[in-house]
Design a binder for this molecule. Sequence first.
Ligand SMILES: Cc1cc2nc3c(=O)[nH]c(=O)nc-3n(C[C@H](O)[C@H](O)[C@H](O)COP(=O)(O)OP(=O)(O)OC[C@H]3O[C@@H](n4cnc5c(N)ncnc54)[C@H](O)[C@@H]3O)c2cc1C
Ligand code: SF4
Length: 333
Amino acid sequence: MKNFTYTRADSVEGAISLLSQNANSKFLGGGTNLVDLMREEVEQPDALIDVTGIASAGITENADGGISIGAAVRNTAVANHPLVRERYPVLSQAILFGASGQIRNMATVGGNLMQRTRCYYFYDEASRCNKRTPGAGCDAIGGFNRMHAILGTSESCIAAHPSDMCVALAALEAVVHVEGPEGARAIPFEAFHRLPGHTPHQETDLRPDELITSVQLPAMRFAKHSRYRKVRDRASYAFALVSVAAALEIADGKIQNVRLALGGVAHKPWRAHAAEEILQGGEARMETFASAAEAELSSARGYGHNDFKIELAKRTIAGVLSEMAKAGGSPWV
Ligand SMILES: Cc1cc2nc3c(=O)[nH]c(=O)nc-3n(C[C@H](O)[C@H](O)[C@H](O)COP(=O)(O)OP(=O)(O)OC[C@H]3O[C@@H](n4cnc5c(N)ncnc54)[C@H](O)[C@@H]3O)c2cc1C
Ligand code: SF4
């Protein structure tokens, strides 16, 4: 690993100013992804700026009934917070399905949003990877691509976004608050992560000189009826092959409100708009759920080893929604 300096920031302004002093510096959250990448020499910063102690760390209730989560809050603290468990159970479940207790205790919200893909070729310096070295090629296309994306892919990159937490945040229509030398900005969650296109190395809308300061969850009363389902190779400590985050409100047999997002299928957490369009106002029964899943996956493309994900995603969407409908909206059944 290359030598680097370590500085602990004590304020948002201090962190931004430290970053501006060296273009090859990086913010450090829990270090659970960045330090691994530094060990592999995929990332080689000169300086690390620890942002885990800055003031925006905390979970607070907003006047409209939504909540604000500081970027430095640890994943475990988010998952266990009473307001999150009560109002947004899908978020709590998604976090608890990720990584291990030890990693969740270290990982921060900002770091989770910015974590990088688990594509094996990205971590392997001997492989061709457009994300690591723009223009180099992509060994995953035509290679072993069981974990890779089936939606929104490009000829440059078929990597999948690895986060569970972010799939729930996509369904909950979170807003990411960031700050930089030019001031503060609020980025709708759907616009935060990017599809690969011809620039898979540009993964988010965050500018290189900006810090994530918080994530806001808008008030969404029916989100108390929400659920996360993760399908993976092992029962724990494995990234999602496919995951589904859903919030559902049903009255008189009809779907009054729905939010749906998918994980493990795209370069970004995938908000399932096509499915939502069919579900909204429809009969809360299996036929509706199955047609919604069909519509969402109609543009999916497999790359050989991951072809199975197309059918798996359809079945997982329909299965989660029908279980939620049967449970009458109870989030934990
Ligand atoms: C063995 C293992 C298994 C895992 N399994 C899962 C899983 O099943 N599901 C899942 O979702 N995740 C999983 N993870 C990933 C884990 O969730 C991430 O590593 C973690 O969320 C990253 O958070 P961090 O605070 O440690 O980030 P760091 O590693 O500290 O940083 C990651 C990136 O975020 C940037 N960053 C950090 N904070 C900020 C900020 N405030 N503003 C701007 N940029 C910032 C850093 O510069 C860096 O580029 C696993 C990780 C490991 C090691
Ligand atoms: S899928 Fe993306 S991350 Fe993986 S090798 Fe190809 S370009 Fe790199």
